[in-house]
Write a protein that binds this ligand. Structure first.
Ligand SMILES: [Ca+2]
Ligand SMILES: [Ca+2]
Ligand SMILES: [Ca+2]
Length: 308
């Protein structure tokens, strides 16, 4: 019997309408499913009706291109190939067509080319030591994500690794505000690739430090004899710890200022520095300045001494 003719007494010269593939959807580029699953909106043919659908695949597995014969699916409009286990980097395209009861074919409907990505991104916070010390509740978190095949797409954040913020476009920086009244906060992040694979959660600890170091200093006697002059202080810091301390000495007559870095002495737990050289017959002022690891700075009051 010739196609497009009579079948069981039905005259039909028009092909069926074209099937429309709805899964994978037309905007799919990447998938994290290793299995091919297809669904289409069926065709119609008012004259002779649909006899069956046929599909075929175009596959690229491990960079080897493959194509197959058309295969009947009867009147089903979806199928899954569970035996197919694709790997990251494999690609496929599904083609579907309809046949009516006089043997006329619709046009071929094609899915987009879908690329398989089953490998999640790897992500880290770019923070040395895993603790971010901040002097303000508003901080910038630096992230670094890498992903094979599809690329990092979205990121989300959490304080408890349970409830996450809505996914937002991935960026290497995220502005984050520590909860009110909290001085130490753990923040989790997850990054999703364009195939929907989630990275393992990563975390960072943010320590808010708004208190400058406390300087406990026993002033040098107002009049002092000889050299060297040793400056000592106990310096304590809440939250982030002492970063550095120095003595700023000002010689009144010569108008010269010296910044003397104080070293921490483990034995007596004091910061100290000696002023060497000839400082006889000088009127001088000094004060101590200390900085914590968050950048908060404190200063002692200024003391006057006369060296004779
Ligand atoms: Ca027809
Ligand atoms: Ca990936
Ligand atoms: Ca502090």
């Amino acid at each position: 019997m010739a196609q497009g003719a009579e079948s069981s007494g039905v005259l039909d010269k028009t092909p069926p309408t074209n099937p429309k593939i709805i899964r994978p959807s037309p905007d799919t580029i990447f998938t994290n499913s290793p299995t091919i699953s297809v669904e289409w909106k069926g065709s119609s043919d008012p004259e002779s009706g649909i006899k069956e659908y046929e599909y075929t695949l175009i596959l690229e597995i491990h960079a080897i291109h493959m194509s197959f014969e058309w295969k009947s699916k009867g009147l089903e409009t979806s199928f899954t190939l569970p035996y197919m286990a694709l790997s990251s980097g494999d690609r496929y395209k599904v083609l579907v067509r309809a046949i009516n009861n006089v043997g006329l074919f619709s046009q071929v409907a094609s899915s987009p080319e879908v690329i398989v990505d089953t490998t999640p991104p790897s992500v880290s916070f770019e923070i040395k030591g895993g603790t971010l010390i901040a002097i303000s509740p508003e901080v910038t978190l630096n992230l670094s994500a890498t992903d094979t095949i599809s690329g990092a797409d979205k990121m989300e954040f959490s304080n408890d690794d349970i409830t996450y913020t809505a996914p937002e476009p991935y960026a290497p920086t995220k502005f984050w505000t520590i909860r009110k009244g909290v001085y130490k906060e753990k923040v989790y992040a997850k990054v999703q690739d364009r195939a929907g694979n989630y990275s393992a959660p990563i975390s960072v600890i943010i320590v808010l430090d708004i208190l400058a170091p406390e300087i406990i200093h026993n002033p040098i006697k107002p009049t002092i004899q000889g050299n060297p002059i040793t400056f000592t202080a106990q310096i304590l810091d809440k939250d982030s710890g002492v970063n550095s301390a120095e003595v700023i000495v000002y010689f009144i007559k010569s108008k010269v200022t010296f910044n003397l870095a104080m070293a921490y002495n483990k034995d007596n737990k004091l910061y100290q520095v000696g002023l060497e050289g000839n400082v006889v017959s000088q009127n001088m002022e000094y004060y101590i300045r200390a900085k914590d690891n968050a950048g908060n700075v404190s200063e002692s009051k200024t003391y006057n001494i006369i060296v004779y």
